[in-house]
Ligand binder design. Sequence first.
Ligand SMILES: NC(=O)c1ccc[n+]([C@@H]2O[C@H](COP(=O)([O-])OP(=O)(O)OC[C@H]3O[C@@H](n4cnc5c(N)ncnc54)[C@H](O)[C@@H]3O)[C@@H](O)[C@H]2O)c1
Length: 259
Amino acid sequence: MIHSPIKGLTALVVGAGSGMGEASAKTFAANGGSVVVADLRAAEAERVADEITREGGLAIPVALDVSRQADIDAAVEKTIQKFGKLDVVINTAALVRSAMLESVSLEDWRAGFQVNVDGALMVARSALPWLKQSSHAAIVNTASLAGVHGYSQGGAYGPSKAALITLSRQMAHEWAAYGVRVNVVLPGVIDTPMARGSVPQEILDQLATMLPMSRVGQPEEVADLIVYLASRAAGYITAQAIACDGGMSHMMFAKPMGK
Ligand SMILES: NC(=O)c1ccc[n+]([C@@H]2O[C@H](COP(=O)([O-])OP(=O)(O)OC[C@H]3O[C@@H](n4cnc5c(N)ncnc54)[C@H](O)[C@@H]3O)[C@@H](O)[C@H]2O)c1
């Protein structure tokens, strides 16, 4: 058993202004890691970094759009200036634009891939020179069950998450030689602003009754898996796509309603 799985590590957490990214940044810091809280929404990045600092953790905020290489490079530079190294990249940022395939605009389709796939590649590549110098380097991306199963009305979301799963595995294969582990997490239905913004509450409630565990997941539960995969405790785990879904992906039939 490793006593300090996180202590002394530095993480860049992209999409850390809300939901699972916020929970991952807080869990990482609570376990003794230093965190760069990066998000498109500067105010949310600042709020999360402040909350971590008030709890006695080490964190700085960075405003960044994961689809812009210049923003990413600046965030990595700020990480090195502040903490002197970069061991872990956690990427939870995503763009969801609901649409049917028949009518989704090419603009929305490309925007989905730009944030969900290009963004993950750009962050990882910008961090790579520093990850190569780390004695414990790890990347954890966040895809979705929608990247494995059909998901109606999701536009580019599911296809881009499928690409992110394969991208993560390719990174794991190519970068194992540098000592960089890469894994990807597949959340089920998790109670975050994204889920609440894209699915009406009554549908979420109804869905919860059909899940094996009779409830949706909490962002902290996914954060525990993300931070574990980023930690020294997961030293021999790479190229894995791991669901955190309360059993949703392996139900043969939906649970009878209300039971
Ligand atoms: N909530 C769910 O049920 C669910 C299910 C499966 C997968 N996921 C995935 O989990 C991840 C986290 O989702 P969440 O539910 O915590 O979402 P969330 O909306 O609570 O948080 C996402 C954060 O990413 C930031 N972000 C968005 N676009 C960005 C960009 N271009 N650059 C930088 N930051 C950006 C947002 O500002 C936000 O703070 C996403 O990749 C999402 O696709 C969520």
